[in-house]
Design a protein around this ligand. Sequence first.
Ligand code: TXE
Length: 502
Amino acid sequence: MNQFRADLERAPRQVTGYVAGSFVPTGSTGIDVIDPATGRIVAILNESTPDDVDRAVGAARKAFETGAWRSSSVAERQTALMAIHDAILENVDELAALETINTGLPLKQTRTIHITRAAQNFRFFSEFINQDGGDVYTQEKGYMSLVTYDPIGVCALIGPWNMPLGLTAMKIAGALAFGNTCVVKPSEITPLTLARLFQIIDERGILPEGVLNLVNGRGQVTGDAISSHPDIDMISFTGGTETGARILKALAPGIKGGAMELGGKSASIVFADADIERALDGVMLGSFMNNGQMCLAGSRLFVERKVADPFIEQFVARTRALRIGDPLLEATEIGPMINQAQMDRVMRYVDSGSGEGAQLLAGGRRHGESNDGLYIEPTIMQAPSNSLAICQEEIFAPFATLQIFDDEEDVIARANDSAFGLVGYVWSQNLERAMRSAARLRTGTVMVNSPIMRDLRTGFGGVKQSGLGREGAKGSRAMFTEMKSTIIALEAPALPRMGIAD
Ligand code: TXE
């Protein structure tokens, strides 16, 4: 793996867009793509201009209106989706290494979770469309009503930097499965695995020309050109809440929809009657998996006073024992922060927490003295109230806040005291308490005695400022199709005869 990294440093990859079945020649503005573990350049990203975006949207439009994809059979789409699934798995080692080098996520996690899940998305949607159908209603005498789902058209799919291939693959698989064509834009910070996937799909000739197009670049240039383009039909976006709002504003004049998977500040509630060992395992994963850079992190922790002392003691000890370092090493549990801006942001939150009266229980400092990587010590701060900025704002780092509570009513109120509503975690062995709490949490998903789990048959998304729409089986269908009703007269029932006197 180190050789792979050295090769990229010696000869950084040129990453370009892909439009109408061809890679765009290099030459536009180049953006350095950095390995956050070393601070070195591993690729140069050629930024797509508004003209390039226009060509990509035009290619997707042409493929949608005149190509074969939209009217292809379910079996044909299944074959293509499974070919992409197989292609990802056959290249899992390379894609995982590339993802780790570009994001700083530990290789162990990119290989076993992120890349394999990226592949599973294609399998899932290929199976879903085989079983999926519409509805038929026959109640009105002499009439039959059909509900079918048409592809929505040209889908713009905009992805984030924290799990680039996995999260964007879910969008691509869903959009393609329902017969759409796509323009994909990965984050300019982490474009490498998606660019490589496009190469692999191209080499294998899996999709017809123009069905899948790639553009690259910064939000204010390429992103704005996509969201304001008059010929896209929708945007599926994962990223920050402010960006989501900006995209929705750009879509409004065209009365177009967007599916928004935005930020989170998810509460993780540990009741005294929980299986404490298991809750600790779950809380560690919820706070520190993926370097803590997860929208669904359960890093706003509430612990019932009766078990607070032993829980905190073990939580702090395990946090201090986390293995921080080069994400390519098998033993590493916490890799570097994505970039300097994110590192500085985390440090500002440590200061703001201290300034507002929170107590630093672990971390809060840069890790290591002289390395180039952007490592921080996983951090826990105990907060005197839920109103602190560290409890209200998404930090997106290995940074957990901890509050102590005495009763159920109070903790549910505090958990819901958030602008976000992505996930809630409840740890309790009392079934009634667990179910009661789950019902009262204002979030899109609740995990009961469970760390982060994914089930694509369910919908994933948030309430309040965490987003709009749901990704997953029927949620993705709602996002990527237009529901159509067709009403048919079966027996030529008699009609009132307007214009003819009785
Ligand atoms: O996200 P942005 P950033 C949160 C997290 C993080 C913060 C900012 O708190 O610290 O957001 O991260 C593209 N039109 N999450 O700055 O800017 C951009 O190029 C169209 C939560 O990376 O929202 C990238 O491809 N596109 C999260 C994508 O939007 C635009 C995941 C996300 O970038 C655009 C990531 C525009 N005007 C960050 N401006 C999660 N929910 O998992 C930017 N983009």
